[in-house]
Design a protein around this ligand. Structure first.
Ligand SMILES: NC(=O)c1ccc[n+]([C@@H]2O[C@H](COP(=O)([O-])OP(=O)(O)OC[C@H]3O[C@@H](n4cnc5c(N)ncnc54)[C@H](OP(=O)(O)O)[C@@H]3O)[C@@H](O)[C@H]2O)c1
Length: 259
Protein backbone atom coordinates (compact mmCIF):
# COMPACT_ATOMS: atom_id res chain seq x y z
CA UNK A 1 0.00 0.00 0.00
CA UNK A 2 1.14 3.56 -0.66
CA UNK A 3 2.32 5.49 2.39
CA UNK A 4 1.42 9.04 3.47
CA UNK A 5 3.36 11.04 6.07
CA UNK A 6 1.37 13.66 7.98
CA UNK A 7 2.88 16.20 10.38
CA UNK A 8 0.65 17.38 13.21
CA UNK A 9 -2.04 14.65 13.02
CA UNK A 10 -2.84 14.62 16.75
CA UNK A 11 -5.48 17.36 16.38
CA UNK A 12 -7.46 19.54 13.99
CA UNK A 13 -6.74 19.63 10.27
CA UNK A 14 -3.87 17.12 10.47
CA UNK A 15 -6.09 14.57 12.20
CA UNK A 16 -8.75 15.03 9.51
CA UNK A 17 -6.05 14.46 6.85
CA UNK A 18 -4.85 11.30 8.60
CA UNK A 19 -8.40 9.91 8.75
CA UNK A 20 -9.17 10.81 5.12
CA UNK A 21 -5.93 9.25 3.87
CA UNK A 22 -6.48 6.09 5.93
CA UNK A 23 -10.02 5.88 4.56
CA UNK A 24 -8.55 6.17 1.05
CA UNK A 25 -6.34 3.16 1.84
CA UNK A 26 -2.98 4.79 2.60
CA UNK A 27 -0.66 3.45 5.27
CA UNK A 28 0.50 6.30 7.46
CA UNK A 29 3.51 7.79 9.18
CA UNK A 30 2.22 10.09 11.93
CA UNK A 31 4.61 12.84 13.09
CA UNK A 32 4.06 15.05 16.15
CA UNK A 33 5.35 15.62 19.70
CA UNK A 34 2.60 13.99 21.78
CA UNK A 35 3.46 10.28 21.83
CA UNK A 36 0.30 9.22 23.69
CA UNK A 37 -2.03 10.92 21.22
CA UNK A 38 -0.01 9.60 18.28
CA UNK A 39 -0.23 6.02 19.57
CA UNK A 40 -3.99 6.36 20.20
CA UNK A 41 -4.56 7.70 16.70
CA UNK A 42 -2.40 4.99 15.12
CA UNK A 43 -4.43 2.34 16.97
CA UNK A 44 -7.76 3.83 15.86
CA UNK A 45 -6.70 4.15 12.22
CA UNK A 46 -5.45 0.56 12.10
CA UNK A 47 -8.63 -0.71 13.72
CA UNK A 48 -11.08 1.40 11.70
CA UNK A 49 -9.45 1.20 8.27
CA UNK A 50 -7.08 -1.78 8.40
CA UNK A 51 -4.02 0.31 7.52
CA UNK A 52 -0.52 0.31 9.04
CA UNK A 53 0.16 3.46 11.04
CA UNK A 54 3.73 4.18 12.13
CA UNK A 55 4.38 6.69 14.92
CA UNK A 56 7.32 9.09 14.62
CA UNK A 57 7.66 11.29 17.69
CA UNK A 58 9.33 14.52 16.59
CA UNK A 59 9.29 18.26 17.16
CA UNK A 60 9.54 19.55 13.60
CA UNK A 61 10.77 22.89 14.93
CA UNK A 62 13.87 21.25 16.37
CA UNK A 63 16.84 20.47 14.07
CA UNK A 64 17.90 16.97 15.25
CA UNK A 65 14.27 15.90 15.63
CA UNK A 66 13.43 17.16 12.15
CA UNK A 67 16.41 15.20 10.79
CA UNK A 68 14.62 11.97 11.83
CA UNK A 69 11.63 13.00 9.73
CA UNK A 70 13.87 13.84 6.76
CA UNK A 71 15.56 10.46 7.12
CA UNK A 72 12.18 8.70 7.05
CA UNK A 73 11.16 10.66 3.95
CA UNK A 74 14.34 9.60 2.11
CA UNK A 75 13.87 5.87 2.73
CA UNK A 76 13.59 3.99 -0.53
CA UNK A 77 12.45 0.63 0.91
CA UNK A 78 9.15 2.04 2.25
CA UNK A 79 8.76 5.19 0.13
CA UNK A 80 6.44 8.04 1.03
CA UNK A 81 3.97 8.86 -1.77
CA UNK A 82 2.08 11.65 0.00
CA UNK A 83 3.62 14.27 2.29
CA UNK A 84 1.26 16.50 4.26
CA UNK A 85 3.06 19.41 5.93
CA UNK A 86 0.41 20.47 8.39
CA UNK A 87 2.00 21.02 11.84
CA UNK A 88 1.59 24.61 12.91
CA UNK A 89 1.10 27.14 15.65
CA UNK A 90 0.40 30.83 16.07
CA UNK A 91 1.92 33.60 18.16
CA UNK A 92 -0.67 35.79 19.84
CA UNK A 93 1.36 38.92 20.60
CA UNK A 94 2.05 41.60 17.97
CA UNK A 95 5.65 41.60 16.75
CA UNK A 96 6.92 44.53 18.82
CA UNK A 97 5.75 42.81 22.00
CA UNK A 98 6.29 39.15 21.15
CA UNK A 99 8.81 36.73 22.60
CA UNK A 100 11.53 36.20 20.01
CA UNK A 101 11.85 32.51 20.96
CA UNK A 102 8.16 32.00 20.13
CA UNK A 103 8.64 33.85 16.84
CA UNK A 104 11.63 31.64 16.02
CA UNK A 105 9.72 28.47 16.93
CA UNK A 106 6.80 29.50 14.70
CA UNK A 107 9.11 30.27 11.77
CA UNK A 108 10.96 26.97 12.24
CA UNK A 109 7.73 24.95 12.28
CA UNK A 110 5.82 26.85 9.58
CA UNK A 111 8.69 27.49 7.16
CA UNK A 112 11.96 25.68 7.85
CA UNK A 113 10.33 22.29 8.46
CA UNK A 114 8.19 22.61 5.31
CA UNK A 115 11.25 23.44 3.20
CA UNK A 116 13.33 20.62 4.67
CA UNK A 117 10.72 17.84 4.57
CA UNK A 118 9.73 18.78 1.02
CA UNK A 119 13.38 18.85 -0.02
CA UNK A 120 13.87 15.41 1.52
CA UNK A 121 10.76 13.92 -0.11
CA UNK A 122 10.62 15.37 -3.62
CA UNK A 123 13.74 13.87 -5.30
CA UNK A 124 12.54 10.32 -4.54
CA UNK A 125 9.02 11.16 -5.73
CA UNK A 126 10.41 12.53 -9.00
CA UNK A 127 12.56 9.44 -9.45
CA UNK A 128 9.52 7.20 -8.90
CA UNK A 129 7.39 9.42 -11.18
CA UNK A 130 4.68 9.84 -8.59
CA UNK A 131 4.07 11.87 -5.46
CA UNK A 132 1.88 14.44 -3.75
CA UNK A 133 2.95 17.26 -1.45
CA UNK A 134 0.20 19.05 0.46
CA UNK A 135 1.32 22.13 2.38
CA UNK A 136 -1.22 23.52 4.81
CA UNK A 137 -0.92 27.28 4.41
CA UNK A 138 -3.69 29.80 5.20
CA UNK A 139 -5.94 32.50 3.80
CA UNK A 140 -3.68 34.65 5.99
CA UNK A 141 -0.98 34.24 3.34
CA UNK A 142 -2.83 36.90 1.29
CA UNK A 143 -3.20 39.49 4.07
CA UNK A 144 -0.78 41.56 6.12
CA UNK A 145 -1.34 39.84 9.45
CA UNK A 146 2.12 39.86 11.01
CA UNK A 147 4.75 37.16 11.07
CA UNK A 148 2.17 34.37 10.82
CA UNK A 149 0.94 35.83 7.52
CA UNK A 150 4.52 36.30 6.35
CA UNK A 151 5.36 32.66 7.10
CA UNK A 152 2.21 31.40 5.37
CA UNK A 153 2.93 33.66 2.36
CA UNK A 154 6.21 31.75 2.08
CA UNK A 155 4.32 28.44 2.17
CA UNK A 156 1.81 29.49 -0.50
CA UNK A 157 4.39 30.96 -2.91
CA UNK A 158 6.77 28.06 -2.32
CA UNK A 159 4.02 25.52 -3.09
CA UNK A 160 2.85 27.33 -6.24
CA UNK A 161 6.44 27.63 -7.47
CA UNK A 162 7.23 23.99 -6.81
CA UNK A 163 3.98 22.85 -8.45
CA UNK A 164 5.10 24.71 -11.56
CA UNK A 165 8.67 23.40 -11.38
CA UNK A 166 7.44 19.79 -11.13
CA UNK A 167 5.00 19.83 -14.05
CA UNK A 168 5.55 16.70 -16.13
CA UNK A 169 7.28 14.76 -13.33
CA UNK A 170 4.17 13.08 -11.93
CA UNK A 171 4.57 14.98 -8.64
CA UNK A 172 1.77 17.32 -7.57
CA UNK A 173 1.97 20.13 -5.05
CA UNK A 174 -1.01 21.87 -3.46
CA UNK A 175 -1.15 24.68 -0.90
CA UNK A 176 -4.24 24.40 1.29
CA UNK A 177 -5.39 27.87 2.38
CA UNK A 178 -8.13 27.66 5.02
CA UNK A 179 -9.91 30.48 6.78
CA UNK A 180 -10.90 30.04 10.42
CA UNK A 181 -11.23 26.35 11.32
CA UNK A 182 -12.53 24.83 14.57
CA UNK A 183 -9.39 23.13 15.94
CA UNK A 184 -7.12 23.48 18.97
CA UNK A 185 -5.04 26.16 17.20
CA UNK A 186 -6.50 29.31 18.79
CA UNK A 187 -6.78 27.85 22.30
CA UNK A 188 -3.18 26.70 22.17
CA UNK A 189 -2.10 30.25 21.23
CA UNK A 190 -4.37 31.75 23.90
CA UNK A 191 -6.38 33.72 21.32
CA UNK A 192 -9.88 34.93 22.18
CA UNK A 193 -11.99 34.16 19.12
CA UNK A 194 -15.39 35.01 20.61
CA UNK A 195 -15.94 37.94 18.21
CA UNK A 196 -15.58 35.81 15.07
CA UNK A 197 -19.04 35.30 13.52
CA UNK A 198 -20.31 31.76 12.92
CA UNK A 199 -20.30 32.10 9.14
CA UNK A 200 -16.53 32.54 9.18
CA UNK A 201 -15.86 29.13 10.76
CA UNK A 202 -15.08 25.94 8.87
CA UNK A 203 -14.72 22.35 10.05
CA UNK A 204 -11.44 20.51 9.53
CA UNK A 205 -13.17 17.73 7.54
CA UNK A 206 -14.56 20.32 5.10
CA UNK A 207 -11.05 21.74 4.51
CA UNK A 208 -9.61 18.27 3.94
CA UNK A 209 -12.43 17.13 1.60
CA UNK A 210 -11.85 20.21 -0.54
CA UNK A 211 -8.08 19.65 -0.43
CA UNK A 212 -8.40 16.02 -1.59
CA UNK A 213 -10.65 17.14 -4.47
CA UNK A 214 -8.20 19.86 -5.48
CA UNK A 215 -5.22 17.51 -5.31
CA UNK A 216 -7.02 15.03 -7.57
CA UNK A 217 -7.66 17.89 -10.03
CA UNK A 218 -3.98 18.88 -9.75
CA UNK A 219 -4.78 22.38 -8.49
CA UNK A 220 -1.91 24.28 -6.85
CA UNK A 221 -4.26 26.13 -4.47
CA UNK A 222 -7.13 24.83 -2.38
CA UNK A 223 -9.61 27.09 -0.62
CA UNK A 224 -12.59 25.56 1.20
CA UNK A 225 -15.96 27.28 1.70
CA UNK A 226 -17.82 29.70 -0.58
CA UNK A 227 -17.10 32.61 1.77
CA UNK A 228 -13.34 32.02 1.62
CA UNK A 229 -13.31 31.33 -2.12
CA UNK A 230 -14.82 34.80 -2.61
CA UNK A 231 -12.56 36.42 -0.01
CA UNK A 232 -9.41 34.85 -1.44
CA UNK A 233 -10.27 36.18 -4.91
CA UNK A 234 -10.82 39.65 -3.48
CA UNK A 235 -7.58 39.55 -1.51
CA UNK A 236 -5.53 38.33 -4.46
CA UNK A 237 -6.83 40.91 -6.92
CA UNK A 238 -7.39 43.92 -4.66
CA UNK A 239 -4.78 46.70 -4.62
CA UNK A 240 -2.27 46.05 -1.83
CA UNK A 241 -2.96 49.33 0.05
CA UNK A 242 -6.60 48.21 0.30
CA UNK A 243 -5.55 44.78 1.62
CA UNK A 244 -3.32 46.45 4.24
CA UNK A 245 -6.14 48.79 5.25
CA UNK A 246 -8.73 45.97 5.37
CA UNK A 247 -6.43 43.79 7.48
CA UNK A 248 -5.74 46.57 9.95
CA UNK A 249 -9.34 47.74 10.30
CA UNK A 250 -11.14 44.44 9.91
CA UNK A 251 -13.68 43.48 12.54
CA UNK A 252 -11.33 40.68 13.40
CA UNK A 253 -8.45 43.15 13.38
CA UNK A 254 -5.28 41.92 14.97
CA UNK A 255 -6.36 38.33 14.61
CA UNK A 256 -7.17 38.35 10.93
CA UNK A 257 -3.72 37.14 10.01
CA UNK A 258 -3.20 34.68 12.84
CA UNK A 259 -4.87 31.60 11.52
N1 LIG B 1 -7.30 26.50 12.73
C1 LIG B 1 -7.29 27.49 11.85
O1 LIG B 1 -8.12 28.42 11.89
C2 LIG B 1 -6.28 27.46 10.73
C3 LIG B 1 -6.52 28.29 9.62
C4 LIG B 1 -5.61 28.30 8.58
C5 LIG B 1 -4.49 27.51 8.63
N2 LIG B 1 -4.27 26.73 9.72
C6 LIG B 1 -3.05 25.90 9.71
O2 LIG B 1 -3.46 24.55 9.79
C7 LIG B 1 -2.40 23.76 10.32
C8 LIG B 1 -2.95 22.84 11.40
O3 LIG B 1 -3.45 23.64 12.44
P1 LIG B 1 -4.73 23.25 13.29
O4 LIG B 1 -5.64 24.39 13.23
O5 LIG B 1 -5.22 21.90 12.96
O6 LIG B 1 -4.07 23.29 14.75
P2 LIG B 1 -4.12 22.31 16.02
O7 LIG B 1 -5.46 21.73 16.20
O8 LIG B 1 -3.53 23.12 17.14
O9 LIG B 1 -3.10 21.15 15.63
C9 LIG B 1 -1.75 21.43 15.45
C10 LIG B 1 -1.00 20.15 15.17
O10 LIG B 1 0.37 20.48 14.90
C11 LIG B 1 1.20 19.72 15.75
N3 LIG B 1 2.39 20.49 16.07
C12 LIG B 1 2.46 21.75 16.54
N4 LIG B 1 3.74 22.10 16.74
C13 LIG B 1 4.49 21.03 16.39
C14 LIG B 1 5.89 20.77 16.39
N5 LIG B 1 6.77 21.68 16.81
N6 LIG B 1 6.32 19.57 15.95
C15 LIG B 1 5.43 18.62 15.54
N7 LIG B 1 4.10 18.81 15.53
C16 LIG B 1 3.64 20.00 15.96
C17 LIG B 1 0.36 19.39 16.98
O11 LIG B 1 0.78 18.16 17.56
P3 LIG B 1 1.59 17.99 18.95
O12 LIG B 1 1.16 19.08 19.88
O13 LIG B 1 1.22 16.61 19.40
O14 LIG B 1 3.03 18.07 18.56
C18 LIG B 1 -1.02 19.20 16.34
O15 LIG B 1 -1.14 17.87 15.87
C19 LIG B 1 -1.35 24.75 10.82
O16 LIG B 1 -0.31 24.82 9.87
C20 LIG B 1 -2.09 26.08 10.88
O17 LIG B 1 -1.23 27.17 10.71
C21 LIG B 1 -5.14 26.68 10.78
Amino acid sequence: MAIALVTGPTAGIGKAFAVALARAGFDLVLVARDETRLAELAGCLSLDFGVDAEVLVADVGDGPSLAKVEERLRRTDLPISVLVNNAGLGVKAPFAKSDIREEQQMLDVLVRSVMRTTHAAVPGMVERGFGVVINVSSIASWVTGGTYSAAKAWVTVFSESLAQELIGTGVRVTAVCPGYVHTEFHDRAGMDMSNIPDWMWLEAEQVVEQAMRDVSRNRPLSVAGAQYKALSLLLRYAPRPLVRFATATSRVSGRFGRR
